[in-house]
Structure formats: structure tokens, C-alpha cells
Design a protein. Structure first.
Ligand code: DSN
Length: 415
């Protein structure tokens, strides 16, 4: 490993060489390969430094102005700053909780507040593109609540609102979840809201993946249609790892109580400070231009992959992610993920609608453009990436692409 560590890692290595070496390896991995995992991004150095601030040492259970510990005056300022900027970023929102440690915790808290244990919830099935925290049986959300799931049309890959309506009428859920982890198309929030109204359910939109695109108006917003919006802060939104919940003012109290003390203890104040910083970055005009490029890159990459003979689920994308159907290629998602890794691309295997393979194999590949777009890549680079992905899918030696990907990575350094 010839690349010297960053000053940050060098300081850690000076006190703990073993951990320093691990962190240096991660710097090398990220900088010398390309991240195409749709849920990942490269945060700014300032965001990463805020994550390492002294606020990591502070206990601040409670909320600004109503804490259970002394010495919270600066924690209050940081959390209020994050809240103010979050509300500004997502126009039309009334109340925000920036404390959830993750998107899953955010969803668990919201469901606890609104469905109550044993209550029925209706969400998208994991194997159709939904998320574990939308009521999957291995998640607390599937154990504590009574989940019912809608899928997508296996032929088109699209959500069928008629199926959602039929299930909602039949099961009368307290909460309907609209949102996904691997759905490449815009979600019809007004359509979901109409169904929720019809059955008296609360609509929760989970925008963890497209949050950055939605904040900047590049994709339609659920605000004004869904009573509650949950998200993570580290995907397209490009902040530190964490979660966040927006809701109508009248739902603020039960939801805040379900986050703390319901689901969490002390908030991660260093992460909340970094969220404030990231929301400040996201309010700048260049962030909108970045989100526009994320989408343009994804649309172009999907078209290039299709030109090279790969089937794209739903025929393209409206957002930052692409789902490749490998069923006609005689190779599993797991094999392609491993081959891409050898070539220098980090991607993930993914279930596709109607997938005949198990989740550890899959017949799909999920590819996303947030991280490579942060590095400054555009159309030409998407064409090169498509050539490599299609090449390894179609049996070319992955090692033969490694030097080319390494050059690309060097030409577009991490922020
Ligand atoms: N793990 C995230 C994703 O990859 O979509 C969701 O939690």
C-alpha cells in the first residue's frame, strides 16, 4: 500500500497503529475504486470533521430547552440549527425530529406512535423493492406490528395502486408506508394519500433514498400528501449517517416521545451537528445542480447498459438508481457483485420483482450514481462504467478492467 494516509488517519495511526492501518485501507479502497452502491455517497470533509467533534462526548437526552442533563446549551444550539435548516430544506414541513440514529429507528418510532403495537401496517414487500423496516418478519416492525405487503407488477416492475387500494380496503391498516430501497421510479404520493384517506390510515412516506432529489425539486415531494416523512441523511442527501422524521404539528408529541424515550436514549449530538452542516450545504444552489446531475447520470447509465444488452427493470429510472435484471444473462447478482469488486466497482446484488433466486444470490444488480457524481463524473464516465458492468456480466475477465477503473478513480478524487 503506497498511498500515504490522510493527516486525519495519520493522527489515529500515531496512537493506535492497528486501527490506523484499517482506516488507511478503507481510504485506499474508497479512493482507488468507484462506489456505485445506490445508498452510499461521499460526504464533505467538513461533515466528516463535524462527526468527530467534541459533541460526541455530550449526553443530551430530551429535546432543546427540555434536557435531562446540565451543560446542554451548545447541544441545544446545534440541534435547533439542524431542525431549522431541515425545515427550510423540505419546503412545507411543519415539525422535524433530527435525533433518529438511522432510518430504521425513525420508522420504528413512527410506527410505534401511529400504529401502536399489534396495529396493522401496509408497506412494500422487501422482494419488490421495499425495506426491512416496512414490516419484514425479521425486523421489529414485522414482529411488533401486523404487516401486510403490496408488491409490484412482475412484468413492468411498477407499483399498482389498485393492488394497494384493494389491500388497504381489505386489511384497514392504521399506517400505509410509501417508499422503497430499490424502486427506480417516482412514487405517486397523491395516489397513495387518496387511498390512505379512503381507509382512515396515516400515510408515511419513507424517502431515505431519493431525499436529496426531493429536497431540491428534482423529484416530486410527498410533503403535503403524507402526514409523516421519514428519511436517512447519508444517501442522496450526502450528510452524516443518521435518520430524521418530518410530521404535521399535531403528530409531533407522540412521534418525538416515540423517538426519545421510546426508541433511543441520548441523541448522537456529533451526528446532529454534522446533519446541521450537511443541511447547510444542501441549501446551496450547487446542491440542486448536483442532484440534477445524479439523475442525468443514472438515466444515461441505464440507457448505456440497455444498449449493451442488459435488461433494466421498468425500462429506466426517474432517480439515482438502476435495477438490472440478470435473468437472461445466466449469472447471479452475487457473482456479478464479486466480479465488479475485482474490477474496482462496488455494487450490490439485489432482488428483482419475481426473482427466482434466494436473497443471498438474487437475479439483480442495483447500481446508483450519487457517489460517482459527487466525484464529478458525467456522461462520458457513465459510458465507461456501463462498458465495465456489461463486460463482467457477459463474461469478460474482471481483472482486465482494474487498471482502467483505477485511472478513473485517480482522475476523480474523493472530496
Ligand atoms: N441499506 C440501505 C440500502 O442499501 O438501501 C437501506 O437501509
Amino acid at each position: 500500500m503506497n498511498t500515504p494516509p490522510s493527516p486525519f488517519v495519520a493522527r489515529i495511526a500515531a496512537v493506535d497503529p492497528e486501527l490506523g492501518a484499517i482506516l488507511q485501507r478503507e481510504e485506499v479502497r474508497q479512493s482507488q475504486s468507484l462506489t456505485l452502491i445506490a445508498s452510499e455517497n461521499h460526504s464533505s470533509p467538513a461533515v466528516r470533521e463535524a462527526c468527530a467533534s467534541l459533541l460526541t462526548d455530550k449526553y443530551a437526552e430530551g429535546y432543546p430547552g427540555a434536557r435531562y442533563y446540565g451543560g446542554c446549551e451548545n447541544a441545544d444550539l446545534a440541534e435547533d440549527l439542524a431542525r431549522r435548516r431541515a425545515l427550510q430544506l423540505f419546503a412545507g414541513t411543519e415539525h422535524v425530529n433530527v435525533q433518529p440514529h438511522s432510518g430504521t429507528t425513525a420508522n420504528l418510532a413512527v410506527l410505534t406512535a401511529l400504529a401502536r403495537p399489534g396495529g396493522r401496517i401496509l408497506g412494500m414487500a422487501l422482494n419488490a423493492g421495499g425495506h426491512l423496516s416496512h414490516g419484514h418478519g425479521v425486523s421489529h416492525t414485522g414482529i411488533v406490528f401486523q404487516p401486510v405487503h403490496y408488491g409490484v407488477d412482475p412484468a413492468t416492475g411498477l407499483i399498482q395502486l389498485e393492488e394497494v387500494r384493494r389491500l388497504a380496503r381489505e386489511h384497514q391498516p392504521k399506517v400505509i408506508l410509501a417508499g422503497a430501497s430499490s424502486y427506480p421510479r417516482a412514487i405517486d404520493y397523491p395516489g397513495f394519500a387518496a387511498i390512505a384517506r379512503e381507509v382512515g390510515a396515516v400515510l408515511v412516506a419513507d424517502i431515505a433514498h431519493p431525499a436529496g432529489l426531493i429536497a431540491t425539486g428534482v423529484m416530486p415531494s410527498p410533503v403535503g400528501h403524507a402526514e409523516v416523512v421519514t428519511t436517512t441523511t447519508h444517501k442522496t442527501l450526502r450528510g452524516p449517517r443518521g435518520g430524521m422524521i418530518f410530521c404535521r404539528k399535531d403528530l409531533a408529541k407522540p412521534i418525538d416521545s416515540a423517538v426519545f424515550p421510546g426508541a433511543q436514549g441520548g441523541p448522537l449530538m456529533h451526528q446532529i451537528a454534522a446533519k446541521a452542516l450537511a443541511f447547510g450545504e444542501a441549501l446551496r444552489p450547487e446542491f440542486r445542480a448536483y442532484q440534477q446531475r445524479v439523475k442525468e447520470n443514472a438515466v444515461h447509465l441505464a440507457a448505456c447498459l440497455a444498449d449493451r444488452g442488459l435488461r433494466i427493470v421498468t425500462g429506466g429510472t426517474d432517480c439515482h438508481l438502476i435495477l438490472v435484471d440478470l435473468r437472461t444473462q445466466n449469472v447471479s447478482g452475487a457473482e456479478v457483485e464479486a466480479r465488479c469488486r475485482t474490477a474496482g466497482l462496488a455494487v450490490n446484488k439485489n432482488m428483482i420483482p419475481g426473482d427466482p433466486r434466494p436473497p443471498k444470490q438474487t437475479s439483480g444488480l442495483r447500481v446508483g450514481t450519487p457517489a460517482v457524481t459527487t466525484r464529478g463524473m458525467g456522461r462520458k464516465e457513465m459510458e465507461g462504467i456501463a462498458e465495465v458492468i456489461a463486460g463482467v456480466v457477459q463474461g469478460k475477465e474482471p481483472e482486465s478492467f482494474r487498471a482502467r477503473i483505477g485511472e478513473l478513480a485517480r482522475a476523480f478524487p474523493l472530496p
